[in-house]
Design a protein around this ligand. Structure first.
Ligand SMILES: [Cu+2]
Length: 116
């Protein structure tokens, strides 16, 4: 194979790989998460603040802060007990909708779960 032909082949392989990565990244970014998704409570905030999951997904909140926090739905449909450090609250979302919630100890801590 000539050097020029080799360069063409190498360039083609790189182009196809980059295209594939771009497509894959796009698909992953749009696809709602499934299984169990963890939200960390740390430094007086929920991380990630907004999550998008598929119906049937379990969301678990873990308090990594050294003060107690809660997870309470704005509409009161779910509420955790006060979570001490490393305590966990788990909730399965089986109906599509937007679930906004906050910490009842620190109401400025707000976040949401979008269920598709
Ligand atoms: Cu709090």
């Amino acid at each position: 194979m000539s050097k020029t032909a080799l360069k063409v082949v190498v360039c083609a392989v790189i182009a196809v790989s980059l295209g594939w990565i771009a497509v894959k990244g796009h698909v992953f970014a749009r696809e709602p998460q499934t299984g169990t998704v963890e939200v960390k409570i740390d430094n007086y905030s929920f991380t990630p603040e907004d999550i998008t999951v598929k119906a049937g997904t379990t969301v678990s909140w873990v308090n990594r802060d050294d003060v107690p926090h809660t997870v309470k739905a704005n509409d009161g449909s779910f509420k955790s007990k006060a979570l001490d450090t490393d305590d966990k609250f788990t909730m399965m979302f089986d109906k599509p909708g937007v679930y906004e919630y906050f910490c009842s100890v620190h109401p400025r801590m707000t976040a949401k779960v979008v269920v598709k």
